[in-house]
Write a protein that binds this ligand. Structure first.
Ligand code: BGC
Length: 815
């Protein structure tokens, strides 16, 4: 046998490719593959969704590929993972998903999602880590390192400032330079620098007037030139706007691809010089380098499915947050008189809907876990989660069951009809059926323990009259077992919140302008989450970093050293209760009182420590002095200011236990780069878009064009009142509605739930899509010339419209 020919170098291969082959290599095919060039031995890559497991869609599952996936471990979703405050767990989850990906021959895992939770209403918060960039960056880094340690590439998404779903396809995130750097880009920056992800996925939305997929400042100047990213940039699914501008901007791969128009554009623009050949070749070379990297690293080993399920369970336990407890928890598993209410007890909501939906081989619901323990209880379903109507019979039965209960365990939270990728919520309320039931139970004098499954903060009715609140978030396939262990005290809660819980959406830091229109004014600037609430004095339901335990912790003996620009704070955490437990110790730094407006304090380090009952442990938390720098908009650089700072060691953002001064003198004397008007308006966080927002931005705040016509860049829902828009929307909605109704009609099963969630996600997302995003993501089902033809017709150009529909190029386009 002759020795295999060594693979040709990337440069040699690029030189051998035809222009058509290059254009083909820059887009995907079949929803989840890149193109290959068999004659040169260039193979296709297989990419698929994370981040909560591997969603390897079975063949023929349609363009969004939501129908069925190969079984894989369903891990707790990212928000739950971050609530462990233990990045080592994120590394382990990443590695486990990496192993499953390798076994399923996945080359690139489309994960993690590290967008900042700007609003509690964002439908996709469950897929993100935190409102805080340090938490998001540290967890994203650990996750990427874990996945890539198994030879599988990652795609960190969605780059950048993609903080809502309702306007994600067309919206413009209008963010000032400083907030962009300090809040929205910071997690990406850390991950790129510390974990070297193989790819980055650009977001759908515009950032400051330019679609992310065409944004050279974002994809080249910042990502590559400044941060040193040397991997590939791919689009989100259908995020391509102007393909040629995209390649020039540094966007290499168009996914899911199969857009003949884009290929033709690449070829034409290369021929007529609009697309410099070296930029085309550079993008092709990045695709080939990724193929090389994935081929070299691919090392599929055996998958320990049981071990992974156990890891999922551990994360669910460590990420659950005991929000309130008057002593009702833990429960005695042997007691009688326990009444359990709520459909989620037997049909647990353990993951979110949309592209991250996993098909686990099995799940353990709370009911399964109670039954394994022979717990005696009376159960009443109370409400239906995947049905928005109130079922009065279920409600009556639940109230009757609870009438002489000793303790009522109420399993509730958001369902997939309320919270999902693809659309945002309009309030933080729980579903009405649950609110009514909770009110009824409390009115009847029941002692209620609320167990919540939700990916985002919710309003908690009758909060102060509840006996305890345990937040499971979305706990993955073994979430029921985790719940039982925590409720019965077999495990001790140790999770803490990674976002602030306001009492209602009106108190959120961006409430003054969230989802009002396609122009999202990020007017609150750096004041996101606790950075806002600290200064605004919000009366929070629960602060960032909050979480109780069945034991208690005291903090003492804070010592601070500064050596070589690194600050280390060492503190003793004492377990003062009678149970072993774990504590997430947080270190904030109170900012100097300089000339530049700043948050009161910012999280700079954290550590999770496990301490046996009665024991204590020294904990070291450290950070770089440079981490205290702010982004100066005059210098366009990080600037460390001299002055008096303060180290705050805390159990939550509102529970500061120890403090120590920190004087910085190796930085620069404080001087504001802003006008007096901006300084004044931002000395405390604005409650709505201030008049000086334009000045902060350095340009006028864009104004949305008022047209309601069907158009390439307009949401279908916004065009619904125009004749053509109405017809088109009804046609597409009609089609997806049939799928949704068919799913609803299936017999009760996990399969039905998955189909209901997926079809509902597409149904709700449809009005937010634009003709362009549909054409770009439909894998050829809606050819771009049809989208263009429809736009021309809607604009009152029947002849040109019909010519485009028929595929005839516009006269000026003929080359
Ligand atoms: C989502 C991405 C996902 C992609 C592929 C998009 O709609 O925003 O996060 O990776 O679909 O499923």
């Amino acid at each position: 046998m002759s020795a295999p020919t060594p693979p040709a170098s990337v440069d040699t291969l690029v030189a051998q490719l035809t222009l058509e082959e290059k254009a083909l290599l820059l887009e995907g095919v079949g929803a989840w593959n890149t193109n290959g060039v068999p004659r040169l031995g260039i193979r296709q890559l297989f990419v698929t969704d994370g981040p909560h497991g591997v969603r390897k869609v079975r063949a023929n599952a349609g363009a969004f590929g939501l129908a069925e996936a190969e079984p894989s471990t369903s891990f707790p979703t990212s928000t739950t993972l971050a609530k462990t405050w233990d990045p080592e767990l994120a590394r382990q989850v990443g590695a486990a998903i990496g192993r499953e990906s390798a076994a399923l021959e996945v080359d690139v895992l489309l994960a993690p999602g590290v967008n900042i939770m700007r609003s509690p209403l964002c439908g996709r918060n469950f897929e993100y880590f935190s409102e805080d960039p340090l938490v998001s960056g540290v967890f994203g880094t650990a996750f990427v390192q874990g996945v890539q340690s198994e030879g599988v590439a990652t795609s960190v998404k969605h780059f950048a400032a993609n903080s809502n779903e309702d306007f994600r396809f067309v919206g413009d995130s209008v963010v000032d330079e400083r907030a962009l750097r300090e809040i929205y880009l910071r997690a990406f920056e850390r991950i790129v620098k510390d974990a070297a992800p193989a790819t980055v996925m650009c977001a759908y939305n515009q950032l400051n007037g330019t679609y992310c997929s065409d944004n050279r400042e974002l994809l080249t100047d910042i990502l590559r030139d400044e941060w040193g990213f040397d991997g590939l940039v791919m689009t989100d699914w259908g995020a391509t706007h102007d393909r040629v501008a995209g390649i020039v901007a540094g966007c290499d791969l168009d996914m899911p691809g199969e857009v003949a128009h884009n290929r033709a554009e690449i070829i034409a623009a290369t021929r007529d010089g609009r697309l410099p050949e070296e930029l085309l070749d550079q993008a092709v070379a990045r695709v080939l380098a990724l193929v090389d990297r994935c081929s070299a690293d691919h090392t599929a080993g055996a998958v320990d499915a049981e071990g992974h399920a156990a890891l999922a369970e551990r994360v669910a336990i460590e990420g659950a947050v005991l929000l309130a407890n008057d002593g009702a928890l833990p429960l005695d598993a042997k007691r009688s008189g326990l009444v359990v209410i709520g459909e989620q007890f037997e049909r647990m909501r353990y993951q979110g809907a949309g592209s991250s939906l996993i098909s686990p081989p099995a799940t353990v619901s709370p009911r399964d876990a109670f039954d394994r323990r022979d717990v005696s209880y009376t159960f009443a379903r109370g409400y239906r989660a995947l049905d928005p109507r109130i079922d009065e019979t279920l409600e009556r039965q639940a109230l009757a069951a609870a009438s002489d209960a000793d303790t009522v365990l109420f399993f509730g939270g958001l369902g997939d009809l309320e919270e999902s990728e693809g659309f945002d919520r309009t309030s933080m309320a729980l579903p009405e059926a649950q609110v009514r039931l909770l009110n009824g139970l409390v009115d009847a004098g029941s002692r209620v323990v609320l167990v919540l499954s939700t990916g985002s903060p919710v309003e908690i009715p009758r909060h102060d009259e509840l006996a305890a609140v345990l937040l499971l978030s979305l706990p993955g396939m073994n979430g029921g077992e985790a719940a039982a262990q925590l409720l019965f005290g077999e495990a001790n809660p140790s999770g803490k919140l990674t976002e602030s819980w306001t009492r209602s959406a009106a108190d959120a830091s961006c409430a003054g302008d969230f989802n009002r229109s396609g122009v999202a004014a990020y007017y609150e600037s750096i004041y996101v989450g606790y950075r806002f609430h600290d200064k605004a004095g919000t009366d929070l339901r629960y602060p960032f970093g909050h979480g109780l335990s069945y034991t208690t912790f005291a903090y003492r003996d804070l010592e601070v050293t500064v050596e070589g620009g690194r600050v280390t704070a060492t503190v003793t955490a004492v377990n003062t209760g009678d149970r072993d437990g774990a504590e997430a110790v947080q270190l904030y730094v109170r900012n100097n009182r300089g000339e530049v407006f700043k948050a009161d304090k910012e999280l700079r380090a954290f550590a999770k420590v496990r301490v046996a009952a009665g024991d204590s442990m020294r904990v070291a938390l450290s950070f770089e002095l440079d981490d205290l720098a702010y982004w100066d908009v005059e210098d366009h650089a990080w600037v460390l200011e001299n002055g008096s700072y303060e180290i705050l060691v805390a159990a939550s953002a509102s529970d500061i236990r120890l403090t120590a001064p920190l004087v910085v003198d190796q930085g620069r004397v404080s001087r504001s780069p802003y006008s007096a008007a901006v300084d004044h308006a931002y000395a405390t966080p604005p409650a709505s878009v201030p008049a000086v927002f334009a000045e902060l931005l350095g340009r006028p705040v864009p104004v949305l064009a008022r047209s309601r016509r069907l158009g390439l860049e307009r949401r279908l829902g916004d065009a619904r009142r125009s004749i053509l828009g109405g017809i088109f929307l009804r046609a597409v909605i009609g089609r997806v509605k049939k799928d949704f109704e068919a799913a609803l009609a299936l017999p009760d099963s996990l399969e039905r739930d998955a189909r209901v969630k997926s079809t509902h996600f597409v149904l709700r997302m449809m009005p937010s899509m634009s003709l362009r995003s549909m054409a770009m993501s439909s894998a050829g089902e809606l050819p771009f010339h049809i989208a263009e033809g429809l736009e021309l017709l809607a604009a009152g150009h029947p002849i040109r419209g019909i010519r485009r529909l028929a595929g005839t190029p516009e006269p000026q386009e003929t080359r």
